[in-house]
Design a protein. Structure first.
Length: 170
């Protein structure tokens, strides 16, 4: 399975994307570039400006054009605060809020199994905006989610990421 990652926003998002990538690779997935053909696209979003929201939507649509059969999973701050808006996009299969980013690899694997089973049952039915939304209410996001240490050089950078906070407060 090939998985592509696209990150918008802060260093926390970059750290978390690297942690998510390591989780996929440890389960046997191949990480590919964000513009490459992939079976799964993980988009880690930001919502600090309307431009960031727009860039997130643009990349979601672009990824689906690269592989119309790909599973599109959206996470990050935009996913957290505008899950209903993103769920309306027919390209999106899974929306994971900030409090569940550490679970995204398992959630994607589960969704892939469900999708495969559904295709076997009714292979002619078209998907239309039926994204799974797994977002905790904002008031439940009071904990620090440690996603482990990220090795230097895993994304071409020369410094390692160390997470010290849970993103911004918009």
């Amino acid at each position: 399975m090939k998985v592509a990652f696209h990150t918008l926003g802060c260093k926390v998002n970059h750290y978390e994307t690297e942690a998510i990538k390591e989780a996929f690779v440890s389960r046997g997935a191949e990480a590919v570039g964000e513009e490459e053909f992939a079976d799964v696209y993980i988009i880690n979003t930001c919502t600090v400006t309307n431009i960031a929201d727009r860039k997130s939507r643009q990349f979601i649509r672009r990824a689906k054009k690269v592989n119309p059969d790909a599973l599109i999973a959206v996470t990050g701050c935009y996913a957290q605060v505008a899950a209903d808006e993103i769920a309306e996009m027919p390209e999106v299969d899974l929306i994971v809020g900030n409090g569940r980013k550490s679970e995204i690899c398992g959630l994607v694997m589960q969704k892939l199994q469900e999708t495969t089973a559904e295709k076997k049952r009714d292979h002619d039915e078209e998907k239309a905006g039926k994204a799974d939304v797994l977002v905790l209410p904002r008031e439940d996001l009071t904990f620090y989610e440690d996603m482990g240490r990220i090795e230097a050089g895993s994304d071409g950078m020369t410094r390692a990421y160390i997470k010290i906070q849970e993103g911004c407060d918009r």
